[in-house]
Design a protein around this ligand. Structure first.
Ligand code: HDE
Length: 703
């Protein structure tokens, strides 16, 4: 491929996909199985042996086919990531709708004609590679953009702040949250003594800890989370002026969470819930999208705030530093093979392109060392040559040679610079060569952070104050769950005292639940401030959408076929993913004789795996559903998880009975569902009853 072709590739959304095609082979039934050195294999199922008349006998070590197969298997695993081990990823594109050329020269942020190909890996932090998706945890949000100027990585999270302020503390925080050293417990949880001991010992964790105890840490879907670069980078424009910058991704579908009981159950019922959700949406063509935005602080204004903009435990309040949305990211293609793509992708915070630069954010500076270093132990020194990691634009470096796993072949006689031929020269800045911002630095060597880093509670309190009542109630339950799992009294007693620094009310609730202590007098008064953009209820889509929501329709023999198909068609038309859950998968017959083959049967699925449930009328209710403990539990459980439930005719008394609240307000079609606990019912025939106006969405009332 010519250099020009490579450059063009990097400017088109599918450039990386085309690039990977060079290394992609499709399995087929024409190509015979071979050894790795190309010899056709005639029998992959039996080791070569010396056999006697009884056809037994020893195996031969000379079997090159058997040995290659076992050797390859023995070495299949590489070390999992020390954090963020469990993840899933997809390809996509980034498009700018507004140039940011006033603040940067980076092509990816100024050229509105480009589509930049990208790869995004979502992850949890604490659990091992095989842990469950829906645990309470921070989610990783790592984006690699393959730009014509080189790869640009934003290695972010779904929470805008971090636990610690100085990178040197990272091994401590990670050790404390990971399974404890003596027994390797717990997996996929922060609910244990060591983590909460660490939290108490480091008041700088307070802000992040409140986000972690909020619903943000149990997202409904990777597609319904914000992404934050967290660290402070800088942008430099053509006049050489520098702005500090934070990166934001805001999902088109809004920000939504599971409820805790549901999240816990899904861990067992479908540990792959989030990865399947992402793959399903992309496969069905419902591509998730995020708006991309910048928060910018001119360099000379960096000292104007009560917090230090380089402190990753602080947000930049949107009232003071508004987000300027300039682009859109879309995920539109699933990976072909997990290991070479999702597992081998390697992100580095230090991978930036001209026009973007670092800042003195002490966490970022440490991360710049750590990511580069960790890839060597995971993947070896040539990890940047792996297909998923290599740039799409032309790249060449005559000095970087050799090492384990090298597979690029470079022709030529010199491997040093400068050389007598002028081979592989560096680029001048005008030719796109990277130059660092010429920051003036003078100082004394010291191990310290600036004064403003010492304030640890104000923003945590603003976050908590800004939550809605229901979100606050969830925070109280989350603290209570976590501290109840700590069995060392010093840990939970101290922590409930600490909570009083943010809210005495919250501290009282938690202390009461877990048997903690309260300080004799309130450690700090509440500053009473709230701020924009912190409660996730602010991130509802403008108009409620049912797009990509999973809806279950429960049926047994004798269901009303008209009601079933009318609802199914209406929901499908509006983008919902509809699944028929039947008493048996072999075929369910309606009152009027039609047979439907359900997608699943009652016992194979759970209400937790769906956002809403519909029950058509018909004699199937009395003869099937009402006799099935699983179907009855389905409705009761869906209601307790605040799911939308709808039913018609015979299904109405059935639903009311299962939710156990006769006095519950049930909205009839056309009425607002706002006061209905999310339950919509009606009587009549399919066409009149099922014209449900208003959007169906889980209500956040009650339980
Ligand atoms: Fe990471 N982090 N981190 N981290 N992190 C890793 O790099 C580290 C931090 C984040 O999908 C590791 O490739 C240090 C903040 C994500 O492959 C490792 C510090 C944020 C991912 C590492 C931090 C993150 C990682 C392990 C403190 C949010 C997964 C494997 C200074 C902005 C990327 C790897 C993927 C992964 C170190 C703090 C996000 C060890 C030293 C803050 C999304 O290098």
């Amino acid at each position: 491929m010519s250099v020009q072709q490579q450059i063009d590739n990097a400017k088109s959304g599918d450039g990386k996909v085309k690039d990977l095609q060079k290394d992609t082979y499709e399995l087929n039934d024409k190509q015979h199985m071979t050894t790795d050195y190309g010899v056709k294999i005639s029998d992959p199922d039996h080791w070569l042996r010396v056999v006697n008349e009884k056809q037994t006998g020893p195996m031969l070590l000379e079997d090159q086919i058997g040995r290659e197969k076992i050797m390859r298997f023995d070495h299949e695993r590489i070390p999992e990531r020390v954090v963020h081990a469990r993840g899933t990823a997809a390809f996509g594109t980034f498009k700018l709708f507004e140039s940011a050329e006033d603040v940067t020269t980076a092509g990816v942020l100024t050229d509105t004609s480009r589509e930049t190909p990208l790869f995004l890996r979502f992850s949890t932090v604490q659990g091992s590679k095989g842990s469950a998706d829906t645990v309470r945890d921070v989610r990783g949000f790592a984006v690699k953009m393959y730009t014509p100027e080189g790869n640009w990585d934003i290695v972010g999270n779904n929470i805008p702040v971090f636990f610690i302020q100085d990178a040197i503390k990272f091994p401590d925080v990670v050790h404390s949250v990971k399974p404890e050293p003596h027994n390797e417990v717990p997996q996929g949880q922060s609910a244990h003594n060591n983590f909460w001991d660490f939290v108490y010992m480091h008041s700088e964790t307070t802000h992040m800890n409140y986000w972690q105890m909020s619903d943000r840490a149990i997202p409904r879907s990777y597609r319904m989370m914000q992404g934050f670069g967290v660290n402070t980078y800088s942008l430099v424009n053509k006049e050489g002026k520098r702005h500090l910058v934070k990166f934001h991704f805001t999902p088109e579908l809004g920000v939504h969470s599971l409820v805790w009981d549901e999240a816990l159950k899904i861990c067992g019922q479908d540990p792959d819930f989030h990865r399947k959700d992402l793959m399903e949406a992309i496969e069905k063509g419902h591509f998730p999208r995020w708006k991309f935005g910048l928060q910018l602080i001119p360099e000379e204004k960096a000292d104007d705030f009560e917090f230090d903009p380089l402190d990753a435990t602080k947000v930049w309040p949107e009232e003071l530093v508004p987000i300027r949305y300039i682009g859109q990211m879309e995920l539109n293609r699933n990976v072909d093979e997990f290991f070479p793509q999702t597992e081998q992708v390697a992100f580095c915070t230090s991978h930036i392109v001209p026009g973007i630069d670092f800042s003195n954010d002490p966490l970022l500076q440490g991360r710049n060392f750590s990511y580069f270093d960790t890839q060597i132990s995971r993947l070896g020194p040539n990890w940047q040559e792996l297909p998923i990691n290599r740039p799409v634009c032309p790249y060449m470096n005559l000095v970087n040679r050799d090492g384990q796993g090298k597979h690029r072949i470079t022709k030529g006689t010199v491997n040093y610079w400068p050389n007598r031929f002028g081979t592989n020269p560096p680029a001048e800045p005008a030719q796109g060569g990277f130059t660092s911002y010429p920051e003036k630095i003078q100082g004394t060597k010291a191990r310290l952070l600036s004064e403003k880093f010492k304030e640890h509670y104000n923003q945590a309190q603003t976050f908590y104050n800004s939550l809605s009542q229901i979100e606050k109630a969830h925070v109280a339950k989350a603290f209570s769950f976590e501290l109840d799992h700590c069995d060392d009294p010093i840990v939970y007693k101290r922590m409930t005292e600490r909570i009083a620094s943010i809210s005495t009310e919250l501290a009282e609730t938690v202390a009461n639940n877990v048997g903690g202590d309260l300080p004799s007098k309130s450690p700090r008064s509440n500053h009473g401030k709230t701020a924009k953009g912190l409660s996730q209820l602010e991130y509802m889509p403008e108009k409620a959408v049912i797009d990509t929501r999973r809806v279950a329709i429960l049926i047994a023999d004798g269901f009303d076929y008209d009601a079933y198909t009318t609802m199914k068609d209406a929901l499908t038309e509006r983008g919902a993913f509809v699944f028929t859950i039947g008493a048996q998968r072999k075929g369910v017959t309606s009152e009027s004789g039609q047979t439907v083959t359900p997608d699943h049967f009652f016992v194979g699925m759970r209400s937790t795996l769906f956002d809403a449930t519909f029950v058509p009328g018909g004699k199937h209710v009395a003869e099937g559903l009402a006799k099935s403990g699983v179907a009855k539990h389905w409705i009761a459980e869906a209601f307790s998880h605040l799911k939308a439930i709808a039913g018609v005719n015979e299904a109405v008394p059935f639903i009311k009975k299962q939710i156990g609240l006769d006095e519950v307000k049930v909205a009839s079609p056309g009425a607002s569902v706002a006061d209905s606990y999310g339950v919509v019912t009606g009587y009549g025939d399919a066409s009149s009853t099922l014209k449900v106006s208003g959007e169906i969405g889980p209500e956040s009332k009650g339980l």
